[in-house]
Design a binder for this molecule. Structure first.
Ligand code: ATP
Ligand code: MG
Length: 179
């Protein structure tokens, strides 16, 4: 059976706790559970078992050293109708962008099509529905410069995601150490 796959970084426990504690508990702002917080690197999507094997093999060519990443600041996607509230990772980070590119290449080598939109690294904190930008402004101000943690990224993870009426459920399919 096909799986819905994506590559991501698993956040350290300390950062997950800090981000969970920042929940402003606003109406229609659905906070992501601490254990599910992650940073998506590449989204191949629906993958058949044979292609999943090819994808695992293609990962042998991913060569990026471990690197440090801050979790800093917050923002929204969706402009005046925000749909996602996220935490950022600061600017720069050539190794993060390198890892993104290597994984996109691996997905292509496996004969799959990655999402080719520009990479805006972020950690989704909440899904939002019918909340004006104004209501979110105090939260965005408060955490504009907040550092939720400094993180040494030593591995990336291949997750599968199962969608259900209770939301998505992630399973770790593979952990790959950076070197
Ligand atoms: P839900 O869809 O139930 O809100 P979710 O978005 O966490 O939950 P998935 O849709 O399976 O679950 O997505 C898994 C991860 O891949 C998430 O980080 C999501 O933002 C990301 N993702 C989903 N679709 C795409 C896409 N087309 N391009 C890039 N990333 C995607
Ligand atoms: Mg989704």
């Amino acid at each position: 059976m096909a799986k819905r796959l994506f590559f991501g970084l698993e956040l350290p426990a300390s950062a997950r706790e800090a981000l969970a504690a920042a929940d402003p508990q606003l109406k229609n702002v659905r906070w992501v559970k601490a254990e599910k917080l992650h940073l998506t690197l590449s989204f191949p999507g629906e993958v058949e078992p044979e292609q999943e094997g090819a994808l695992h093999e293609a990962l042998a060519a991913v060569r990026v050293p471990p690197f440090f990443l801050p979790i800093r600041g917050v923002g929204t996607f969706g402009g005046s109708k925000p749909s996602v509230l996220w935490a950022g990772v600061g600017k720069g980070h050539p190794h993060l962008f390198g890892l993104h590119k290597h994984l996109q290449d691996a997905v292509l080598r496996a004969g799959l099509q990655p999402d080719l939109r520009p990479f805006h690294p972020h950690v989704t904190l909440a899904r939002i529905r019918d909340v004006s930008a104004e209501v979110l402004r105090p939260f965005l101000r408060k955490h504009a410069e907040t550092e939720f943690g400094m993180w040494e990224v030593q591995e990336f993870v291949l997750y599968s995601s199962r969608l259900s009426s209770e939301g998505s459920e992630y399973t770790v399919e593979l952990r790959c150490g950076l070197q």
